[in-house]
Design a protein around this ligand. Structure first.
Ligand SMILES: [Fe+2]
Length: 258
């Protein structure tokens, strides 16, 4: 149920964003209009960023490609969103079409999939993670963002890490130390804030074998080179510094409070 609540808040946030500036045309659709409420695993289920259950689509952005400049440039945003993210969506839908019928019901919700990740083929893991992670990432940034968190999240950060500056340092370190492609995360794990990272398009919601990071995401940073190479080339540290200027702390607070 907690995951459903998390999703609901995430969706509310994303749905709110969708009422803002809408960019592009053909790729966007009314992902949030009149979504049916289904029952899966006896839990109420609000279709995530899907048009119809089991068919995934790009979420709308709440800002234009150029509105995160100068911190994240227009070209990077456009390619990242309309090419990279779109490819994850396209390949996720293709992979779902090939699923064993016993897995079809679970494929209607990404969080259902993540909870049973080991049952699904690698293409679902990579592209389902890619779709979910990017959707979350877009919703955690905004023009004129940055600054410091407020409310309960700010208090929890201070309690856990000693100060906001120390939190930033540890999150930035985790982002820098993720070898190759992956994501840095702030999650709630057993009621506590934890910083960590995952490889490729894995995320902390996935039930995977091993010691990987687990928890409910509060903040996410894409550290794949495709997220920064056009502007920053190999300088991941510059990109991480830029990210702090566009973080939507209200969105992070909503996730934390959910
Ligand atoms: Fe990415």
């Amino acid at each position: 149920m907690e995951n459903n609540n998390t999703r609901r808040n995430f969706l509310k946030k994303t749905a709110l964003l969708s009422t803002g500036t809408i960019i592009g045309s053909g790729l966007f659709n009314a992902a949030f209009a009149a979504q049916p409420v289904l029952q899966i695993d006896n839990q109420p289920y609000e279709a995530a960023f899907t048009d119809t259950p089991g068919t995934y689509s790009l979420p709308k952005l709440g800002y234009s490609y150029n509105e995160l400049e100068p911190h994240i440039d227009k070209a990077t945003m456009e390619i990242h969103y309309s090419k990279h993210h779109q490819a994850y969506v396209t390949n996720l839908n293709k992979a779902i079409d090939t699923l064993d019928k016993n897995l079809i019901d679970y494929s209607k919700s990404l969080e259902n999939i993540f909870e049973k990740m080991s049952k699904f083929p690698e293409a679902i893991r990579n592209n389902g993670g890619g779709h979910y992670n990017h959707s979350l990432f877009w919703s955690l940034m905004k023009p004129n963002g940055g600054g410091i968190p407020k409310g309960k999240l700010a208090a929890a950060i201070t309690t856990t890490f000693g100060s906001f500056d120390e939190f930033k340092k540890q999150f930035s370190d985790a982002s820098m130390k993720r070898f190759g492609s992956g994501w840095a995360w702030l999650v709630v794990q057993d009621g506590k804030l934890v910083i960590g990272s995952t490889a490729n398009q894995d995320n902390p919601l996935m039930r995977l074998r091993g010691k990987g990071l687990k928890g409910k995401p509060v903040l996410a940073l894409d550290v794949w080179e495709h997220a920064y190479y056009l502007k920053n080339q190999n300088r991941r540290a510059d990109y991480i510094n830029s990210f702090w200027n566009v973080v939507d702390w209200d969105a992070a607070e909503n996730l934390f409070n959910s």
